[in-house]
Design a protein around this ligand. Structure first.
Ligand code: CP
Length: 307
C-alpha cells in the first residue's frame, strides 16, 4: 500500500497487522528506548490546513522515534495564503522528494486527491467529516488493551455523529473487529443513514439500558454546526453530557470512558471524568504515538515486521 486514506478500504488482516505492530513500538516507548533507525533517511512532511494538537504532535513524535526527518509545513505562513492551490503546493513538495505527506484539511476527500498527485505516501490526518483513520486505529488499539478479544463488546458513541470523522472511522474499525456499536445524540445529529447494524438512541437512559462496555464521547464541534440542534450548551450537557451524577453510575457499572480530544469541559463531560479511574483519554493519546509509528513503518516500501 502507498497511502492510508480511510478505514473502509482496509482489510481485516491489515488492521490486525497494524494493531499487532504497534505493540512492540509501545514496548520500546515504555522501555525508554528513544529512537529506532527504521526510517532513517526518510522525510516526513506534515501539511495541516486545520488546527491540531494531538494528531500533529503525535505524528511528529512517531516519525522522530523512527529517525525520519520531519518538517512541519506552516500553512499559515506559506504561499497558500497568497492563493497557491493545493496542486501547486503538492507539486512543490513532490519536487523536494518528500517520502510522506501527512495531511489534514476541512475538505472531505482531499487526501485522496493529493495521493493521486504525488509519489509520496499520503496519510489522512482528518478530512472534513469523512475520515480520521489513525484516530480509529489508536481507538481500536486502546480498546484491545482492555479487551484483547473485543468481539461482542459494546461501544456507545455519544454526541455529534453527523459532523464527526472520528465517529465514522472509529465505528467502521470497531465493526470490522466484531464490536457492537451504538450512537446516542440529538436526532438532528445522529444520521439515519450510515453503517448498518448500528443502534441509534436519542435518550441517554435508553442508551444505557443497552449496557455498553465503553462510553465514547465526541467533542461538540461548534465550528461545524449548520443545524439548530440544542438550545444551549448547558442543555446539551443536561441531555447527553456525562454529569457528575451520571459519572457515579458509570463508575458503579465499571464502564470505560473514551474521548478523542480536545474536550469541552462542562459540555460533553464534567471535570470528574478527567480523573476517573477508567478514563482511557490519556491512554488514547499515548497509544497514538505507537500506532502512528506502525502506520509510518507499514507504508515504508519493503518494511519488514519488527517483533
Ligand atoms: N483527536 C484529534 O484529532 O485531536 P487534534 O484535533 O488535537 O489532532
Amino acid at each position: 500500500r502507498k497511502d492510508l486514506l480511510d478505514i473502509v478500504s482496509l482489510e481485516r488482516e491489515e488492521i490486525d497487522h497494524l494493531l499487532d505492530q504497534a505493540v512492540p513500538f509501545k514496548e520500546l516507548f515504555t522501555r525508554s528506548v528513544k529512537k529506532v533507525p527504521a526510517l532513517k533517511g526518510k522525510s516526513v512532511l506534515t501539511l495541516f490546513y486545520e488546527p491540531s494538537t494531538r494528531t500533529l504532535s503525535s505524528f511528529e513524535v512517531a516519525a522522530n522515534r523512527l529517525s525520519a526527518d520531519v518538517t512541519n509545513f506552516a500553512v499559515a505562513s506559506s504561499s497558500i495564503v497568497k492563493g497557491e492551490s493545493v496542486r501547486e503546493t503538492v507539486e512543490t513538495l513532490q519536487a523536494m522528494r518528500t517520502d510522506y505527506i501527512i495531511v489534514r484539511h476541512s475538505r472531505s476527500g482531499l487526501p485522496s486527491t493529493i495521493a493521486r498527485m504525488t509519489k509520496a505516501s499520503v496519510i489522512n490526518a482528518g478530512d472534513g467529516a469523512h475520515a480520521h483513520p489513525t484516530q480509529a486505529l489508536l481507538d481500536a488499539f486502546t480498546i484491545k488493551e482492555k479487551f484483547p478479544d473485543p468481539t461482542g463488546k459494546r461501544v456507545l458513541i455519544v454526541g455529534d455523529i453527523l459532523h464527526s470523522r472520528v465517529a465514522r472511522s472509529t465505528s467502521t474499525i470497531l465493526k470490522k473487529l466484531g464490536v457492537e456499536v451504538a450512537y446516542l445524540g440529538p436526532g438532528s445529529l445522529v444520521p439515519k443513514v450510515g453503517p448498518e447494524n448500528v443502534q441509534r438512541f436519542t435518550n441517554y437512559e435508553e442508551a444505557m439500558k443497552w449496557k455498553p462496555d465503553v462510553v465514547y464521547l465526541l467533542r461538540v464541534q461548534m465550528e461545524r454546526q449548520d443545524v439548530q440542534y440544542f438550545p444551549s450548551v448547558r442543555e446539551y450537557h443536561r441531555l447527553y453530557g456525562v454529569t457528575e451524577e451520571r459519572l457515579r453510575r458509570i463508575d458503579g457499572d465499571g464502564l470505560y470512558i473514551m474521548h478523542p480530544g480536545p474536550v469541552n469541559r462542562g459540555v460533553e463531560l464534567c471535570d470528574g471524568v478527567l480523573d476517573y479511574s477508567r478514563s482511557l483519554i490519556n491512554d488514547q493519546v499515548e497509544n497514538g504515538i505507537a500506532v502512528r509509528m506502525a502506520v509510518l513503518y507499514w507504508l515504508k516500501p519493503g518494511g519488514e515486521v519488527i517483533g
